[in-house]
Design a protein around this ligand. Structure first.
Ligand code: FEO
Ligand code: CA
Ligand code: CA
Length: 694
């Protein structure tokens, strides 16, 4: 921590609100470094606004009144009577007749109040259990967890560290069982090893960390009476993928000279995946995993292209470059070009080689989620989680085949290799002067507008074509951020998880925060990112033209502008703000079986621990946001899954508070005092066995 401390304030928190320790181990101190996007993309809204239609000033005035008149944050069950409202109805708000009734189906629970308990706090009437913790053996032969005697070999057969994205897949033929797939984004060495010296990590510690990164596959079994979900160790499908597992590179950049290294002259064989943050499931039964802050593992970079990815010029925090020269850019310049992709795993085939899909571009992929076109081709949405970076989509050119035949499966495993990669440009429909950076709604009553998907490159079986002047196709695929700069993509406030609604097709994009917006020479607020020094983040709702997933234009509006509902700069799709929970820093998003959006947070800034929230996206209760749970001290809520009878969350980096160590922990979750703090997956269920929120 030594070299970081002078940079942080007296509270030890970082500019975006997280503990400095989180910044260090998770993002490689991204927020302390200069914004990597120094391109001069102009916001197109200033030019185009004014040419588009206006809504009535009357509605706008009403909306501003509602924003200013917001009452206290809700913590009680159900909704208050409609008569409690004090302001005129905002555009898009719930009609009076609905607001006094019951919450949307799936969201009928007593909201959890903001709190700082070192526990997972769930609504009244709900129970919970830890499904699996860091270090629990999942493979045959793996030993029981012993933090004092951890080895790389043991860790490679155990559940990894810092679980993030989760998927639960069906397991036909095995009653009451499902297949859990998890990302293990990164390691907190100082919370893993007693007496850890950041200046001199040992080889064994480094190799444990390699084995604690990556992906985990483990069969889980439900107890139908109690609702508990538990891991099934040694199942034949259980698997660990780590920082040293062999991957195949596929798609247009496979074999490129930019990907060849001394260990792999083919440019097609990579060891490991790193910093897997969010992900997605495909309709053909595989999982996708983003390689996010991969930059932090590579030392001694000097090229402009590396700088655009935030790859540092000196040593790394974890010092892996001392133990494997591939992490030293000065010695192995192309290894870093082999990270930053979406990886695809076939969790039903434990012997299969995972793939890195270069057709989806290289950036700090938060994750990728799939929607099919009307004719069955995959469209993958993906955010680049960096301040002022971009939102992307890939439109495949091959149709998915149905059925479980070998031929169908093999075909579907090629779907993400051919198609066109696009980046988003968003334009507001209000005059720039009305976007004053405070979050005040413009005169038309909404932050909204239109946008285009700008093509970057197209990959076919015969080769790839660049659509970006001055860049070859392989450059577009390997230096995708630079391609986005060249075509004038819109600089966003950290695009994280993206989720298309399976019911409406609308696409939701979590924009976590950006405290640098409007600060210094950085881009100022625009209609799609309307607050300067944006601490709390927002959620964008995107409607593809004619609701076609492969459209090249779209409409958008801000569905939610996060924060304390009493803050006039917040917005909850027009729902009365005295009936919603506070929320800060939306990160991962998921849909429940009823069509409600669930949002987990990372770095909540309102005096409460992070949490999980549900919000209705349609109907009279649209915008009614309710907190379902909170996580322990220092933790982030990740990987939400909401099924009919169960909610799953990954509790990531509990106890990750600056100054904490194994000997001096900030949290003792989940096993209590005297036991090491452990990231873990938690299942939440209704004690009476009923469905969630009905
Ligand atoms: Fe790993 Fe973008 O959060
Ligand atoms: Ca507008
Ligand atoms: Ca995330």
């Amino acid at each position: 921590m030594r070299d970081l401390l002078p940079l942080i304030g007296p509270t030890g928190s970082h500019p975006g609100g997280r503990s400095a320790m989180t910044c260090r181990y998770r993002c490689g101190d991204a927020c302390f470094h200069a914004v990597p996007n120094t391109s001069t993309n102009e916001y197109a809204g200033d030019v185009i606004a004014g040419a588009l239609g206006r809504r009535s000033m009357m509605r706008a005035a009403a909306a501003v009144t509602v924003a200013a008149a917001a009452g206290t944050a809700v913590v009680g069950a159900g909704a208050a009577p409609a008569a409690a409202r004090t302001a005129e109805r905002a555009p898009g708000a719930a009609p009076e007749s609905f607001t006094g009734g019951r919450a949307a189906r799936g969201l009928r629970f007593t909201p959890v109040a903001p709190n700082t308990a070192d526990a997972v706090t769930v609504p009244e009437g709900y129970g919970q259990n830890v499904v699996i913790r860091w270090g629990e053996p999942i493979l045959r032969g793996a030993p029981a967890f012993d933090p004092d005697r951890q080895t790389a070999a043991a860790q490679a057969g155990q559940f990894g560290y810092n679980n993030d994205f989760l998927a639960l897949l069906p397991l036909p033929g095995e009653r009451g069982r499902q297949l859990l797939v998890a990302n293990h984004e990164y390691t907190d060495e100082i919370l893993m090893f007693k007496g850890y010296d950041p200046a001199a990590p040992t080889r064994e510690q480094v190799e444990v960390a390699w084995a604690a990164h990556g992906l985990g596959v483990v069969v889980v079994e439900e107890d139908r009476r109690s609702g508990r979900l538990t891991a099934v160790p040694r199942h034949r499908l259980n698997r660990r993928v780590t920082a040293t597992t062999e991957f195949e590179v596929t798609g247009p950049a496979a074999g490129s000279a930019l990907l060849r290294t001394s260990a792999d002259p083919t440019g097609r064989k990579v060891l490991g995946t790193l910093n897997n943050c969010a992900g997605g499931e495909t309709p053909w039964g595989t999982t996708l995993h983003g390689e996010e802050n991969f930059n932090q593992y590579f030392a001694n970079a000097s090229r402009t292209t590396d700088a655009r990815y935030g790859i540092g010029t000196g040593a790394t925090e974890r010092k892996w470059e001392r133990f494997d020269q591939r992490f030293d850019v000065a010695r192995e310049p192309n290894e870093v070009h082999r990270f930053g992709y979406i990886v695809e795993l076939d969790p039903y085939d434990p012997g299969s080689k995972p793939r890195k899909r270069t057709a989806l571009g290289r950036f700090k992929h938060e994750g990728a989620t799939i929607r099919l076109t009307d004719d069955g081709r995959p469209v993958a949405y993906s955010g680049d989680d960096e301040r002022f970076d971009y939102l992307y989509k890939f439109v495949g050119s091959k149709r998915m085949r149905h059925g479980s035949s070998r031929a169908a499966r093999e075909h579907n495993l090629t779907l993400l290799d051919e198609g066109t990669l696009y980046v988003a440009r968003l334009t507001g429909d209000s005059p720039a002067i009305e976007i004053d950076g405070t979050g005040r709604l413009p005169a038309d009553g909404e932050f909204d507008g239109g946008g285009t998907w700008i093509p970057l490159a197209t990959a076919t079986a015969k080769g790839a074509v660049s659509h970006v002047e001055g860049m070859t196709a392989e450059e577009v695929y390997v230096f995708t951020r630079l391609a986005g700069d060249k075509v004038g993509a819109t600089k966003m406030d950290r695009p994280e998880d993206v989720q298309p609604s399976p019911r409406t097709g609308k696409v939701y994009v979590a924009l976590t925060n950006n405290t640098n917006r409007g600060v210094g020479s950085n881009a100022k607020a625009d209609e799609a990112n309307p607050r300067n020094a944006n601490k709390h983040g927002h959620i964008l709702e995107l409607t593809e033209r004619r609701n076609r997933a492969d459209a090249t234009s779209f409409g958008w509006s801000l569905f939610l502008v996060a924060g304390d509902p009493k803050d006039p700069a917040t917005y909850f799709a027009g729902f009365p703000k005295d009936r919603v929970s506070q929320i800060s820093c939306p990160d991962n998003v998921a849909f429940d079986p009823h069509g409600n959006l669930w949002i987990s947070t990372d770095g909540a800034q309102l005096g409460s621990h992070d949490g999980l929230f549900g919000v209705a996206t349609t109907g009279g209760r649209r915008g009614e946001l309710k907190q379902f749970l909170t996580v322990p001290k220092g933790a982030e809520t990740c990987g939400p899954i909401v099924q009919d009878r169960r909610v799953l969350v990954a509790v990531q980096h509990p106890g990750e508070i600056t100054g904490a160590t194994v000997e001096n922990p900030a949290s003792t979750w989940p096993d209590g005092p005297g036991r090491i703090v452990r990231p873990a997956v938690v299942a939440v269920w209704r004690k009476d066995g009923g469905d969630i929120g009905v």
